[in-house]
Write a protein of this length. Sequence first.
Length: 478
Amino acid sequence: MIPANALKFYIDGAWVDPVEPRTTDVINPATEAVLGQISLGSAKDVDLAVTAAREAFKTYSKTTREERMALLERIIAGYKKRFNEMGAMISAEMGAPMSMAVKMQAGAGLGHFITALAVLKDFKFAETMGTTEIVREPIGVAGMITPWNWPANQITCKVAPALASGCTMVLKPSEVAPYNAIILAEILDEAGVPKGVFNLVNGDGPGVGSAMAAHPGIDLMSFTGSTRAGIEVAIRAAPTVKRVSQELGGKSPNILLDDCDFPKMVAAGVQACMRNSGQSCNAPTRMLVPAARMKEVAAIAKASAESLKVGDPNAEGMDLGPVVSAVQYKKIQDLIAKGIEGGATVATGGTGRPDGLSKGYFVRPTVFADVDNKMTIAQEEIFGPVLVIIPYKDEAEAVAIANDTPFGLAAYISSGDRDHAIRVAREIKAGMVHINGAFGDPKAPFGGVKQSGNGREWGKFGFDEYLEVKAVMGYNAA
């Protein structure tokens, strides 16, 4: 199962050994056993990758729309051939149940290539405005740092538009879940991506991520991860004045207005919060409900959380697998304990593993009721299957509580009157708002405000991240 190139990097169209041999274990979170190893890169490996990418940019940036469309078509075909393998690998390295890892995790990765191809067909790289031509040109070499929670999704939503827009790139995937990126590199190689256009260097933040952010040969840093790490990337990138695009943390509110279908929307909110074991930056982790309905909502949420099956990702019918690592497990346990100490009501769940599980980083699906928005569990991103239910006295207070957070990635509004929900949505400070449980739209912009980051990914908005705008005055002069 482990890729043959696990200990190598993909640089300048070839699988190469690291400059300085150093390895780390990759852990299966369901068993706590070593799944395999990868090499950890250094600034020297980054230099080699950037040099290759800059050289490749000279020619790849001049390829035609048709050439890049044909390349994306070949990548899509190759991805489809290895679709199930990609899903199985993601399940093994980050713990998602197999059915979810294949359908949603691997599926999202394929989806971004398909979307990029559709956008590229009609994307306007040039247009006239009066006597001026507005040209959108590839920015250059893009540095990409991606996390472990939706690995294929977060890698391909960067790689696909970068390839489509004519950029070259250096990718550092998470060292916690790196093997899916190696499979993707093999797919790109087989599809005929020109050498140097895509480069993969595994490693950790201090060894590779910092070197990428500071590198003068990288023109853009596209980062997805924690707010803390995103700040470090921005600081290191500042001296070279490169563009920095960030998709960071979240603490998304889920406002249930008093005219919504409570049994339906409370259950849906619990499921959305805890999907992927709660490891989604846009998960609706704060459920805001009318104070008078707290007990009713807590009972529905308790039943919904307790219906979730937690266990071996390879077993049939599992809703949740483990969280990704011992570090994440401890952080989540500590925050659950803080919630209990802080006086929140535990409707279900709590510290420790679910009954019957003695190993693996499994977390009990936990629902806290009667939560004050000032509590730690309402302000910090827990990144586990933990929901907090917060009461509000009226709609104005619901909006105030929703916005009372340093984050602003997503928000969820439920109402029996869609226009009512839309009016409230316009008052929420977030990059994305879901009305009545609407799913994400792969063509819509994905990103946040405040400490949830800047920039937008997905669809045509993802192309803009990799393009510079040039004005050619007098182009259409009389």
